[in-house]
Design a binder for this molecule. Structure first.
Ligand code: HEM
Length: 155
């Protein structure tokens, strides 16, 4: 068999079932996370788990259902409404770590998947403000200097 279709990473690690298990395990962690849980607008995390599962499956060469239902991923843009600071990122990654471990992949598959998830999570950070600091202090950097209005300059 020389002309067999190349096997996707999606298929190599077990296809649909693996991605469903990954997303389900991840959201079990999110459900108990005091910082991440309130970010999710819906009471039920099931639809969010399904979106993540469809996205990851598509990314790794599986069915393109995500784009059919949600359009272009534009993940940075879709996360802009959420306060994704380094703490949120690290929590996201910690739950993902547990979920990936539960899959018991081969070391190479595990490393490939994890490398991607880590890079993607770092790319999703959109603020360095600590959680809980809202619009009242928006526009100030860590030193407390206003970034939206300049002090009067005495020329
Ligand atoms: C870094 C920390 C992250 C936080 C705090 C975070 C949080 C969120 C929240 C609150 C939502 C909205 C719930 C929903 O409507 O599905 C969401 C959606 C989503 N996130 Fe994340 N996320 C993070 C990183 C990532 C990463 C690294 C990926 C991909 C590898 C990802 C993939 C998605 C997808 C596919 C959706 C659904 C987008 C849609 O179709 O509307 N997220 N995320």
């Amino acid at each position: 068999m020389t002309d067999a279709a190349p096997v996707s990473f999606y298929d190599e690690i077990g296809g649909h079932d693996t991605f469903v298990r990954l997303a389900a395990a991840f959201y079990r962690g999110v459900a108990d996370d005091e910082v991440l849980r309130p970010m999710y607008p819906e009471d039920d995390l099931e639809p969010a788990a399904r979106r993540l599962e469809m996205f990851l499956a598509q990314y790794w060469g599986g069915p393109t259902q995500y784009s059919q239902e949600r359009g272009h991923p534009r993940l940075r843009m879709r996360h802009a409404a959420f306060h994704v600071n380094p703490d949120a990122r690290d929590r996201w990654l910690a739950h993902m770590r547990v979920a990936v471990d539960e899959l018991h992949l081969s070391p190479l598959h595990e490393a490939t998947l994890w490398d991607y998830l880590e890079r993607a999570a770092h790319a999703m950070v959109n603020t360095f403000e600590p959680t809980g600091i809202g619009p009242a202090t928006a526009g100030r950097d860590a030193s407390g200097i206003s970034l939206v209005s300049r002090p009067p300059d005495h020329r």
